[in-house]
Design a protein around this ligand. Structure first.
Ligand code: SF4
Ligand code: SF4
Length: 447
């Protein structure tokens, strides 16, 4: 996919071969909810970048309809408009008609992955991503060289030397996480953590794939804060990937397989809530009901599972009055809305309220907070040019607020904003909001 699509691209006119066939097609009833008003356009990152109708939510919904009606074929041009979509769901927030763009783009991408033959290099690259990223044991091996190479690559990135590399490779290096030996070798958080004082709730935490290896501190902070607030915390060791990356990229069968495994594992934990600290994972787990809606064997279990999923900020607000006192942290904190938390889950007020409750913290929101930072799952790996433009746009808005710390509730956003910041000369401290809450509860020095 080119990052700067040529103007006036249209589906293959008059084609008799339908783009979509078989199971998992986008639903016409959802498509027909779009009244073509265009209110979604200003919040769509690809419209903001290119001002091109077919790269807007309205244009993509039009293409889906053309695909379903057999007026569009699965051509490279047709596919490129969907590949360019970040799946950020800003259009769902903006849409006054309630168009359910999430299930529409997921089914469209499932059709593309089933029926469209990508060029061999692209196919291989995507296959590698999906053979490694959702499997923590493989990811651990793949990330091991970064322990030594990470600091060198970061220094090269800062110096601009990476600009000599092909764009995709440069982007992969720039957003690569920096794991420590300890985080790669550690077994992660304990399987069982007792509540401090009488237990208010029994919860299970998703430890994630990238999160448990490259952001082990976020999982530890999550467990410590939940326990301090009176939760008995389980972290089942048998859990795997939630399936978010394959689901959002169209590998719907792989996503279902991973989801079935986790439904089984978390059901056995017999908890009141399932807590997630990564926006993309939380949004996909809340969608399991939709993912299995036409599978009689799993529909009820998936719906029950999704109904119990909470982002950690939602859960803390649900608990009510904090039990653990907060110590002051004096800092200007820019809170970045991760799209899969703000747009896909509607969680905006909770993390801000929790941060604002820490004495000394000033919570700031950057301009264009509704526009994606360009991370978007694997988007910054498969579409590096627009991802980089969006990352730098975000970084400029953040820099204008002169933050001491940036807080973001998604590992992909943290890596993307850090990389964009480095390119603009900023070496920011970027943390998950739960780390600031943990820090405040423990009264630790520094941030
Ligand atoms: S999901 Fe994001 S990029 Fe895709 S159409 Fe909606 S607003 Fe645009
Ligand atoms: S705001 Fe909603 S109804 Fe209006 S064009 Fe966008 S998707 Fe369609």
């Amino acid at each position: 996919m080119s990052s700067n699509p040529e103007p006036n691209r249209t589906p293959a006119a008059g084609s008799r071969i339908p783009a979509f066939s078989g199971p998992d097609q986008p639903e016409m009833a959802l498509i027909d909810a779009c009244v073509h008003c265009g209110f979604c356009l200003p919040t769509c990152p690809t419209y903001v970048l290119w001002n091109e109708e077919m790269d807007t939510p309205r244009g993509r919904v039009y293409l889906m309809k053309a695909g379903l009606e057999g007026r569009a074929a699965m051509t490279p041009t047709f596919v490129s408009h969907f590949d360019a979509c970040l799946g950020c769901m800003a259009c769902m927030t903006a849409c006054p008609s309630g168009v359910q763009y999430g299930p529409l783009i997921e089914r469209t991408r499932a059709q593309i992955e089933r029926h469209y033959e990508r060029p061999p290099g692209e196919r291989l690259f995507r296959s590698l991503l999906f053979a490694i990223l959702p499997y923590p044991a493989r990811l651990r091996l793949a990330m091991a060289p970064l322990v030594l190479l990470g600091p060198i690559l970061r220094a090269l990135d800062r110096s601009g030397a990476l600009n000599l590399l092909p764009h995709r490779l440069r982007s992969m290096i720039a957003v690569a996480p920096q794991p420590s030996v300890a985080s790669l070798l550690s077994g992660g958080v304990p399987e069982h953590t007792a509540a401090t004082g009488p237990s208010r709730l029994k919860v299970a935490v998703l430890t994630g794939c990238v999160q448990r290896l490259a952001f082990a501190g976020v999982n530890k902070a999550t467990v410590d804060v939940l326990a301090a607030e009176g939760c008995t915390v389980e972290a089942p060791s048998a859990q795997g990937c939630c399936g978010a990356l394959p689901l959002h990229a169209g590998n719907i069968d792989q996503a279902r397989e991973l989801a079935r495994h986790n439904i089984d594992v978390f059901e056995r934990a017999r908890v009141d809530r399932i807590v997630v600290n990564a926006a993309g994972c939380g949004s996909s787990m809340k969608e399991y009901g939709e993912l299995f809606h036409d599978d009689p064997a799993w529909a009820d279990r998936a719906r029950a599972f999704s109904a119990n999923v909470r982002d950690v900020s939602e859960l803390l607000m649900e608990l009510g009055e904090p039990r653990a006192p907060r110590h002051p942290i004096k800092a200007r904190v820019v809170y970045h809305d991760a799209c899969h938390l703000a747009h896909a889950q509607g969680v905006r007020a909770e993390p801000r309220a929790l941060l604002a409750a820490i004495p000394g913290i000033e919570v700031l929101t950057p301009a264009e907070s509704e526009i994606c930072c360009g991370s978007a799952g694997i988007y910054n790996l498969v579409e590096p040019e627009p991802a980089e433009q969006l990352g730098e746009r975000k970084a400029r808005h953040i820099a204008a607020l002169k933050p001491d710390v940036i807080a973001a509730a998604n590992p992909g956003c943290i890596l993307q904003i850090a990389a964009a910041g480095r390119r603009l000369g900023h070496d920011w401290k970027i943390v998950h909001p739960i780390e600031l809450i943990d820090h405040s509860i423990k009264g630790a020095e520094g941030i």
